[in-house]
Design a protein around this ligand. Structure first.
Ligand code: SAH
Ligand code: SF4
Length: 423
């Protein structure tokens, strides 16, 4: 979602004649779009601001420095105390105001803080700025915020309450992206499967989007397991543009931990849901997110997570050690040792890695439908992705980005597949 937001910030800045530069020294303005989900990402922000400050130490003109995103939202005016180099702080729901804030900014003025959480206003103003993305595979935010309050998570505080964008606005933006070359769209939201705007739910929205002729593929992420109904599950059975790969974070395989996290579902519920998707489309694959070392996690709880992974056989996943986030309930719980958490993470990641390799190997000598994104720098191969989002390198230079071709895979490594186009 930050990638989508950053692209939109670029579109906004183009409207006041700012353009991207590649050399740090030549910038008149810096905008850092930040993530607060784990502590590491937040810490990095201040060390990176320090690096920019150092570069401009002896220069006459100080660049305007904007801190945007979720760190800005969470730390608010504290940002100015932590770094005097920052001039403007805008939260993720207020960045549409950047053109006027920057245009009117005068270094003699006071610092500017805007952390309004008015999402509807943001998307209404963004509608006036064309989305200039021209990638074969593009993102679009359709839903933001969260009302679920898992006890480890900052999202409800940084992105605000759940909000679903107007469907017409979404279809228009995607049509524009498709006219610019997009052939695959990923619908984004912190709880995207809970999308609902005036009775248009995610299933209905996807069917509307699928009518855009030159759009070939649709994906959505991230979903909470509790937000699926039969209509949305059934879509995998008949909507051919919807890809057979679903990111479905489970966080833990232990009911005790799921309860302590306030996830509001059990492992049994999750496994039944997986079966429902498989009944709708038997070749569907799943990926997930895991939090390891959450307060209260015992060896037995961890074993249950490993067991769940064995049952679902995720094709790839993200896994993190639990990170204490200020302002969330779990921050005050008794923490488990870093060493134990690290040890468990390694065991879990090895297991996930084995599954990923097996998934890659399972494609060898098989035909894969690959959507080509770009010619590689050497100019003799195309990069693309199959229906499961696996990166594929295809020999040959005679294609056009956006072509979807049949490719036979002849080898793979841990991350990539290598293939030849079928004539
Ligand atoms: N809405 C999605 C997740 C969005 S946050 C869901 O409910 O599953 C993206 C991922 O960041 C989460 O799935 C979780 O695995 C991770 N995450 C969030 N807070 C975290 C924390 N405090 N420590 C470690 N990982 C965290
Ligand atoms: Fe965070 Fe997702 Fe839980 Fe919402 S549902 S609080 S975004 S982990």
């Amino acid at each position: 979602m930050n990638e989508y937001d950053s692209n939109r910030i670029s579109d906004l800045m183009a409207s006041i004649e700012y353009k991207k530069v590649n050399e740090v020294e030549s910038a008149d303005c810096f905008i850092f779009n930040t993530c607060h989900i784990r502590e590491k990402a937040t810490q990095k922000v201040y060390s990176d601001i320090g690096k920019i400050k150092k570069i401009f130490k002896d220069k006459k003109q100080k660049p305007i420095f904007v801190l945007a995103g979720c760190v800005a939202q969470a730390e608010s005016s504290m940002v100015f105390e932590k770094s005097d180099f920052v001039d403007i702080v805008v939260g993720p729901q207020a960045y549409h105001k950047l053109p006027s804030l920057i245009k009117n900014y005068n270094s003699n003025n006071n610092k500017i803080l805007n952390t309004d959480l008015d999402v509807s206003n943001k998307f209404d103003s963004l509608e006036n700025y064309k989305n200039l993305t021209s990638k074969v595979s593009s993102f679009i935010t359709i839903q933001e915020g969260c009302d679920k309050f898992c006890k480890f998570c900052v999202v409800p505080y940084t992105r605000g309450p759940e909000f679903s964008r107007d469907p017409e606005q979404i279809v228009n933006e995607i049509s524009n992206l498709v006219n610019n070359g997009t052939r695959e769209i990923t619908l984004l939201g912190q709880n995207v499967s809970g999308y609902n705007n005036k009775g248009i739910n995610l299933a209905k929205l996807i069917n509307q989007i699928a009518t855009i002729k030159s759009l070939k593929r649709i994906r959505f992420t991230t979903s909470h397991p509790n937000d699926f109904d039969e209509e949305l599950i059934g879509l995998f059975n008949y909507q051919e543009k919807l890809m057979p790969q679903l990111h479905l974070p489970v966080q833990s395989g232990s009911n005790k931990i799921l309860n302590l996290m306030n996830r509001k579902h059990t492992r049994e519920f999750y496994l039944e849901l997986i079966d429902k998707f498989k009944n709708a489309r038997n070749d569907i694959q799943f990926s997930s997110d895991f939090i390891i070392g959450y307060p209260g996690e015992t060896d037995k709880d961890f074993e249950e997570t490993l067991d769940l992974i064995d049952k679902v056989k995720f094709s790839n996943s993200f896994s993190f050690i639990y990170s204490q986030r200020p302002g969330t309930p779990a921050v005050d719980y008794i923490q488990i040792s870093k060493e134990i958490a690290q040890n468990r993470l390694e065991i879990l990641q090895n297991k996930l890695f084995d599954l990923q390799i097996k998934h890659n190997e399972s494609k060898i000598n098989k035909e894969n439908k690959v959507l080509l994104e770009n010619l590689t720098s050497k100019g003799d191969q195309f990069f693309g992705r199959n229906e499961y989002m696996q990166p594929v390198f295809v020999e040959g230079s005679e294609y056009v980005p956006g072509d979807e071709i049949n490719v036979t895979i002849y080898s793979c490594n841990k991350n990539n597949l290598f293939g030849l186009a079928k004539n």
